[in-house]
Design a protein around this ligand. Sequence first.
Ligand SMILES: [Mg+2]
Ligand SMILES: [Zn+2]
Length: 219
Amino acid sequence: MTPATSPAIFLDRDGVINRNRADYVKCWEEFEFLPGALQALQRLSWLGWPIVVVSNQSAIGRGIVSRDTVDDIHRRMRLAVEEVGGRIDVVLYCPHRPDENCECRKPNPGLLTHAAQMLNINLERSFMIGDALSDVDAARSAGCRPILVKTGRGLEQAALVEPPYMEGVYVAGDLSEVAAQILRTLNERQIAGMELLDTSRLRGGTPMTPYHIMAELRA
Ligand SMILES: [Mg+2]
Ligand SMILES: [Zn+2]
């Protein structure tokens, strides 16, 4: 028998937590937290759910950055989050190049399904927050709920798809807005008791209303 599973918050890294760089984040000095991201991670930690970063780091496979450096960046990133009272429980990344056709590079769900096995995560109740269509696709393949943020490549990526694609995708300005929307659905009693959010309440007419990014782009 497997024990009861918990939902998780999956996050992409570049463009969600830190500023995206066309030439890759190659050292800690190039890692710049997006405004409000640290605070958002602190607030998401209140949920008591595993917080898992899932990131494509093909710069490793391309020989641009070493695994050790990437691990060091992640160690410092986690420390910075812990300094504000938040946490990132696990960082999983794909080191492969696209032409290696691995199972972990998003849009493949490998990183998410691996984390789910490791941490006994209920994927259906989990959220995957990203700024790229590959994040949305990975979320869908893994069976969890996609959230697209407009930071990083978010707006540009959303403009690439036809409206039906965005059905069922929650769209938020940035990670702060995601954290606020998720937490707003918790009443004070739940927060005080640290009970887990009943995510079924997020379906339908809840504060976390999906809306159409395309309509916004046209406006
Ligand atoms: Mg990204
Ligand atoms: Zn991979």
